[in-house]
Design a protein around this ligand. Sequence first.
Ligand SMILES: [Zn+2]
Length: 433
Amino acid sequence: MDLLIKNGRVVDPQSGTDDRLDVSIIDGRVAGVGTGIGAEAARTIDASGLVVAPGFIDMHVHLREPGFEEKETIRTGSRAAARGGFTTVCCMPNTNPVNDSLSVLESIRAEARKSSMVNVLPIAAVTRGLKGIELTDMAALARAGAVAFSDDGQPVGNTLIMRRALELSRSLGTFIIDHCEDKGLSAEGVMHEGRYSRRCGLKGIPAAAEEVMVVRDIRLAEMTGARVHIAHLSVKDAVRAVEEAKKRGAQVTAEATPHHLLLTDALLEGQDANFKMNPPLRSAEDVKALVEALKNGVIDAVATDHAPHTVQDKEAAFAKAPFGVIGLETAVPLLLDRFVRENIISLQRFIELLSANPARLLGLLNKGRLTVGADADITLLDFGAETVVDRDKFESKGRNSPFHGWKLKGAVVMTIVGGKVVFPFQPGTGAEG
Ligand SMILES: [Zn+2]
């Protein structure tokens, strides 16, 4: 036996497990889950008082490599993931060059094999160069390991191109992750359109810019029989559209980010660009609808939309600064403190949102569960420990977090990928420094 995790509270929503159990690991896989597993192990971890969960999966991150290594690299992004409790991340294709060809896809996979501490699954572009004009060779990209397709950062503006992309994704057994934004309507907006944008004198992005695209793409998914996953859902009316589509049996799923679940546009009065992202922070009413959707299952997954930028980028005037905030190192303690501790969602539901559901959506049959034969990707949590969000301690190159200084109850204490402890960082594994 390679690793034995003793006496933890093993919580696995997929098998309905919630008990004080031991987990044994051999050759990177779960070999046993039960009481009193006593065999000799190369390493034993005492998990008394800790929660043992299937490793967390973030379906939506920007690792910035290739092309923007000053913002993040696969190496630094993976360290941020490990510290944040994520064992698998899916990276968006808006790199330079764009991940729209086999050569770029292969280079990302090769760099991940070399320098990533966690599993990195690339999402390939829907259209070449994210230009919305010509579809990529989705069949070849899917065969080569693209886990899904997205033009994230941009919508697929042309409805016919989106229809063709959905038809093709259906025939390939894959799906589209949809950045829903009507660019004509969002125009040059930099924050949510409402009383705070008027008060700040800044151009607004109306809620309808998201809603009309969500409605369009649900309609196209129903028309083509394809699967569409709505990225970073942020407004009440889009939540309602997803809810109604699900009731009709449309193959639509959705994610929300911790920042959209916790922050509102009222925080924009200081015009701090660390609160600027796209979609923008919305109204209190929108946040309420999102939290309700988190509880009732309309939202399937929490994803961070981790989007690192340099300090210099973010020091520009608010209207000029780039969109995006980081999230890999704060998502888990934020959700534990603000939603699980507050009894807004159960621990089981939290693990569904962070692990079981993303695994299911991505078709990762050996992940998102803690049963014999599963990949030994495991996250250990301590409810009692405090996490203080400190931008100077991030492993990410990004410092652009809206949560700097927050004190949270709940912490990631260990992250295990393929049976190997990757966090806390181990000396002498090339993982240090
Ligand atoms: Zn996006």
